[in-house]
Write a protein that binds this ligand. Structure first.
Ligand code: GLY
Ligand code: MN
Ligand code: MN
Length: 358
């Protein structure tokens, strides 16, 4: 059995409990997870006997090589074909991804279904399975992380006088691709000086000037899998306030990493980071959650945030990324990609975490 077949089989096993006979999957990361398809237009009608994949002629050759289901290629809207296939296979209760199907698509699918076929909303079943990575997936994430760290190192070495945030972001993304990445996992963030207090700054024309932090948040996607890392540089001599801010966030990050193990609620990891920042009077400066799952998407479940009750499990790939942001001064975030192991976690990110003073 291929990994795709066993993923599909484990979903089919849940059909009874979900009271469905088939599942219509249209969210591309889920389609990719279940079929291997890497293109931009593909849908899966997952049935116990005959999983069928739908695409258009642009992907005829590609899907023949990638997808190990029955493939149907045609031009025009796919939903009528999905409905016709469901009727042919005598499906009565057709599950669909409630959080992923637009109202328009739902309406269209519903109008095409023959009498006796009902649509049943299903939420997050593929996403739940995707949380736990297989050993093969973990190896891909590990390789994506390695490319990311190498691109960071090369990018930092290329820093020169007069460079802007946008220049450094472009340099980093170029290095990622040269190192074999498919693409950046998200738009690389480079935020200099007081702009580092914007957690998701868009890199702009601001020059990298001495006397401030530079926040670099970057990820390289490899074979569809993301990586995610944030590191801080300081240009010139770091003062006492900058050093203390950095130390507090680093302590929070280490405390959160320490809390990661199977069985622990995701919210508890978040609390571990928050408790450290509170001791430094920085809890109000921590503007986001402590981390998130990553894989075929850059942000996927579980979320490591306040009150999250999802329990961590061995094989989950997650980020640990507390931060503290002070308006007018600057911000610090430190982020690693880690994998939950049998009794703790393995930090995949090899880049050192001392404040890099240039
Ligand atoms: N850059 C997005 C994140 O760190 O989650
Ligand atoms: Mn990040
Ligand atoms: Mn992240």
């Amino acid at each position: 059995m291929t990994e795709y077949q066993s993923r599909r089989a484990s979903l089919v096993e849940q059909f009874g409990k979900l009271k469905i006979d088939a599942l219509f999957v249209s969210f591309l990361p889920n389609v990719r997870y279940l079929t291997g398809f890497t293109g931009s237009n593909g849908m899966l009608l997952l049935t116990p006997e005959r999983p069928t994949f739908f695409t258009d002629p642009r992907y005829k050759l590609q899907s023949a090589g990638e997808v190990d289901c029955h493939v149907r290629v045609a031009t025009g809207p796919a939903l009528p074909r999905v409905a016709a296939q469901a009727a042919r296979q005598k499906i009565h209760r057709l599950g669909f991804e409630a959080a992923r199907v637009s109202f328009e698509a739902y309406d269209s699918l519903k109008s095409k279904l023959t009498l006796g076929v009902t649509l049943r909303p299903v939420t997050g079943i593929v996403e739940r399975r995707r949380m736990r990575k297989s050993p093969a997936e973990i190896e891909i994430v590990r390789a994506a992380v390695k490319i990311n760290s190498e691109a960071f190192e090369q990018g930092v070495r290329a820093i020169a006088a007069g460079m802007t945030e946008a220049d450094l972001a472009a340099e980093i993304e170029y290095r990622m691709r040269r190192l074999g990445a498919d693409k950046p996992s998200f738009e690389t963030i480079v935020a200099a000086g007081a702009r580092s207090a914007l957690p998701h700054a868009h890199p702009g024309a601001a020059p990298l000037r001495p006397g401030g932090f530079v926040l670099i948040d970057m990820g390289a996607t490899l074979d569809g899998y993301s990586s995610d890392m944030t590191r801080m540089l300081f240009l010139g001599r770091a003062g006492r306030r900058a050093k203390a801010l950095y130390r507090a966030v680093l302590d929070a990050q280490l405390a959160a990493i320490d809390a990661v193990r199977p069985g622990v609620e995701a919210g508890k990891v978040d609390r571990a980071a928050r408790a450290v920042l509170r001791r430094h009077g920085l809890d109000k400066a921590f503007l986001h959650s402590t981390g998130h799952g990553l894989g075929l998407e850059i942000h996927e479940p579980p979320r490591l945030g306040k009150g999250e009750t999802t329990r961590l499990e061995e094989g989950m790939a997650i980020t640990i990324e507390p931060g503290a942001y002070i308006e007018g001064f600057g911000g610090v975030r430190i982020e690693d990609t880690v994998v939950v192991t049998a009794n703790g976690c393995e930090i995949l990110t090899p880049t050192p975490k001392e404040l890099l003073v240039l």
